[in-house]
Write a protein that binds this ligand. Structure first.
Ligand code: 15L
Length: 261
């Protein structure tokens, strides 16, 4: 059985993955700063700060992959992004390098959020971050690239769209990632014999998706389609006002926008 480190196990995505894996298909090392409740037979608790290199090294030693879901998920203060999305991530990569562990890194659509909604892109399009948070994800993709090129650490960077139980606004017709598709996507990252360095769009098989996948070495085949909810959500405006309707990053792109051209 594979041993998987799941950081951010109490977070939005981490807690769903933990539940999806409650059948014991993986030996799980769970990390978070929040309480994680009782451990199942296939789980062990590893409370600690990921910025601590010694702790991180112990956490990853002997693991097959780290699914690194810890981090700040919104455009908060720069200092917090630096501590949790930059420094902690670097520490995880150092440990992955020391112990030859594959990394599943949750990047975000906000790394490319300033593309207009009329544009379709693939994973090789130039980055166009929509926020400091988006920039922190570009940094993460940069670390992943560096650690593969220089140290051979394999990574899949997931540019996650909108991870929701069900889509609830019209932007989600393009960006929704269902819970079952996320589980399948992460398992593809873990199980693929080789991944090298790969960026994958974390998006369901939405008819109106903006993001196309040119290379798919992990065999991700999403099944959900936000179009099934179109009658209910097509008229629900995206949060963030009219500007959020213009850019793929939605509300993140609208914050502090002052470009009159
Ligand atoms: C993200 O990266 C955020 O973490 C999440 O809160 C959502 O805003 C999501 O993207 C999205 O774009 O819907």
């Amino acid at each position: 059985m594979k041993t998987i480190v799941l950081t951010g196990a109490a977070g939005n995505i981490g807690k769903v993955l933990r539940q999806q894996w409650s059948d014991g298909r993986y030996q799980l090392r769970l990390n978070d700063i929040k309480p994680l409740g009782p451990m199942a037979a296939h789980e062990t608790l590893h409370a600690g700060d990921l910025r601590d290199a010694a702790f991180c090294s112990e956490l990853l030693a002997g693991a097959d992959a780290v699914v690194h879901m810890a981090g700040i998920g919104t455009d908060l203060e720069l200092d917090l992004l630096i501590e949790h999305n930059l420094k902690a991530l670097l520490s995880v990569y150092q440990a992955a390098r020391s112990h030859t562990v594959r990394v599943v890194y949750p990047s975000s659509n906000h790394a490319i959020g300033m593309y207009p909604v009329e544009t379709e892109i693939d994973e090789y399009a130039a980055v166009r971050p929509d926020s400091l948070y988006g920039i922190s994800k570009v940094w993460g993709e940069g670390i992943a690239r560096l650690y593969y090129d220089k140290h051979g650490v394999e990574s899949v960077c997931l540019r996650i769209g909108s991870f929701e139980t069900e889509p609830f606004e019209r932007r989600h017709l393009h960006t929704w990632l269902s819970h079952p598709d996320m589980q399948h996507l992460v398992e593809c990252c873990i199980e693929a014999p080789q991944v090298g360095f790969q960026i994958m769009y974390g998006v369901s098989a939405n008819t109106r998706r903006w993001w196309q996948q040119t290379d798919n070495p992990i065999g991700y085949q999403p099944q959900s389609n936000a179009e099934d909810f179109a009658a209910r959500i097509a008229d629900i405006p995206s949060r963030g006002g009219p500007l959020a309707e213009r850019f793929q990053g939605g509300g993140f792109a609208a914050v502090d926008y002052s470009n009159n051209k």
